[in-house]
Design a protein around this ligand. Structure first.
Ligand SMILES: Cc1ncc(COP(=O)(O)O)c(C=O)c1O
Length: 481
């Protein structure tokens, strides 16, 4: 029962400010695609809109999302091989996840878990610990991958025991855009000209000797942070010897190893964590993206108990980095609890391994058919990178002036053209890669079946069959028209 009725007051009865001109939920739902585009430009990011328009994405308004597909305003079904950069393991709107959220709402459960403990946050932390190997038992709950990684760096820095602790990170790393982790995100674009934390040391990814040299020559290095598979870098992994070397090196020097599994974790590569392929366990790790089961914003830092206790184990240190306002919020936790249960009940990790192997095999066949277009196919499970040859030099001379008219971002990059045409002509969505514009990232939901792989691969095969000249001409024409 509400303790006061909901009413819409007349202006004369009002004691507070007049209601501004607000759109309602129904207004948002019914908004034409052009209005949506105008409001994005006016109030969110006009520069980003420029890129959406280059790729033709500004003409799409999504009305529904279910399983492997989006449905747009014209009833067109779009196959999702992007998967929100790995945020949609369960597919869109998984019925069990929706039902758990509805029950939680009907029961009018509490959301903010600051004043009272939360049974849901406690259960989620227990579940995450149960999914994590070794002594990865202590869980910090937040809302994003960046927040989880901030927590990871902080717990590691304190546990390292170094007074002037330095953090090693890798070339082409991506750990988020909040100011702390931005310092170890290797992108001049994202780093802008911000004043960053300077206690960092950069090494090439996958180069054990370089890491050894760094750690052995600088006793202040107390933390090593690495994505197990670099996502933003273009789906780049490293061999088992590297990871076992990282573990041994960190053990030898009392350095804390933080594995960023925000993108590659949660079953994406065919194991719950990607590091499990290599028989090693880090000291600290982080999850986000699919942890929210495609419906909620949830991130988690998971630390070995002794590491956590060293950093925040006493009543005096406990509140140095306790969870923020939305950490462990009710419905997000319920969503994540149900999501983890679905992940195992439906064997989505097994499916990721099997369907991922099928996808890789089909893509390798396509690569063999178009070796002058596809340079490499790589990945594991349903985390796959498709790297195109740099065509800016191989393109026939006659077409080069045409390409020169395009935006700088697109000039050397086939992936933009191919992504745009896959959406326009084949109803397939793929993801681009921040640091390597020649790479398309394929991270479909882990519910993906062979029939979806076939739909995607048939579309790609047909598009590439048009030949590079036709693809470039067609794309450039779409820009000019
Ligand atoms: C490896 C990795 N770490 C951290 C992040 C940051 O996550 P979020 O965007 O949720 O802050 C991302 C996001 O793409 C990521 O891929």
């Amino acid at each position: 029962m509400l303790d006061r009725p909901v009413t819409t007051l007349d202006a004369a009865e009002r004691r507070g400010p007049a209601k501004p001109n607000l759109l309602s939920v129904e207004d948002a739902k019914a908004m034409p695609v052009e209005t949506m585009a105008d409001l994005f430009k006016s109030h969110i990011n006009p520069g980003q809109f420029h890129f959406m328009k280059l790729l033709g994405f500004h003409k799409v308004k999504i009305e529904r999302a279910e399983g492997m597909f989006y449905t747009d305003q014209n009833g067109r079904k779009i196959l999702d091989f992007f998967g929100g950069f790995g945020s949609l393991a369960h597919g869109h709107n998984h019925p069990r996840v929706l039902a758990a959220r509805e029950r939680f709402q009907e029961e009018k459960r509490h959301e903010i878990a600051i004043a009272f403990l939360s049974q849901y946050a406690a259960a989620l932390a227990k579940n995450i610990a149960a999914c994590s190997p070794g002594e990865l038992d202590m869980v910090f709950l937040g809302s994003t991958g960046s927040e989880a990684m901030e927590a990871a760096i902080k717990v590691a820095e304190r546990a390292s025991g170094r007074k002037n602790c330095k953090v090693v990170h890798a070339e082409n790393s991506f750990h988020g855009k909040s100011k702390g982790v931005l310092s170890i995100t290797d992108s001049t674009l994202y780093q802008g000209e911000f004043k960053l934390v300077d206690n960092r040391v950069k090494v090439p990814f996958g180069d054990l000797e370089a890491l050894k040299r760094a750690v052995e020559n600088d006793r202040d290095i107390g933390v090593v942070v690495l994505e197990t598979v670099q996502g933003g870098g273009g789906i780049i992994g490293a061999p088992t010897e590297y990871w076992q070397g990282v573990r041994a090196l960190c053990d030898r020097h009392g350095v804390i190893w933080v594995a960023d599994e925000v993108q590659c974790g949660y079953g994406r590569t065919g194991r719950f964590y990607a590091f499990e392929h290599h028989g090693v366990v880090p000291d600290v790790t982080a999850l986000a993206k699919s942890l929210g089961a495609g419906k909620a914003a949830v991130g988690a830092m998971i630390a070995r108990r002794d590491v956590y206790m060293k950093a925040y184990g006493s009543p005096k240190t406990a509140m140095i980095h306790a969870q923020a306002t939305f950490g462990g919020i009710g419905e997000a936790c319920v969503t994540a609890i149900e999501g983890l249960n679905v992940l195992y009940d439906e064997d989505l990790i097994g499916n990721s391994a099997d369907t991922g192997a099928y996808l890789l095999a089909r893509l390798k066949t396509i690569q063999a058919k178009y070796p002058t277009i596809i340079k490499e196919v790589r990945g594991q499970g349903l985390m796959v990178g498709l790297e195109f040859q740099d065509f800016s030099r191989t393109l026939p001379l006659a077409l080069r002036p045409m390409v020169a008219m395009l935006d700088d971002k697109l000039k050397g990059s086939l992936s933009g053209f191919i992504g745009a045409l896959l959406l326009r002509d084949y109803d397939v969505l793929v993801a681009f890669t921040e640091y390597n514009r020649n790479v398309i990232r394929l991270e479909p939901p882990l519910i993906c079946g062979e029939e979806h792989v076939d739909q995607f691969c048939d579309a790609l095969d047909d598009l590439l069959g048009r030949g590079i000249v036709a693809i470039v001409k067609d794309f450039v024409k779409s820009q000019l028209g």
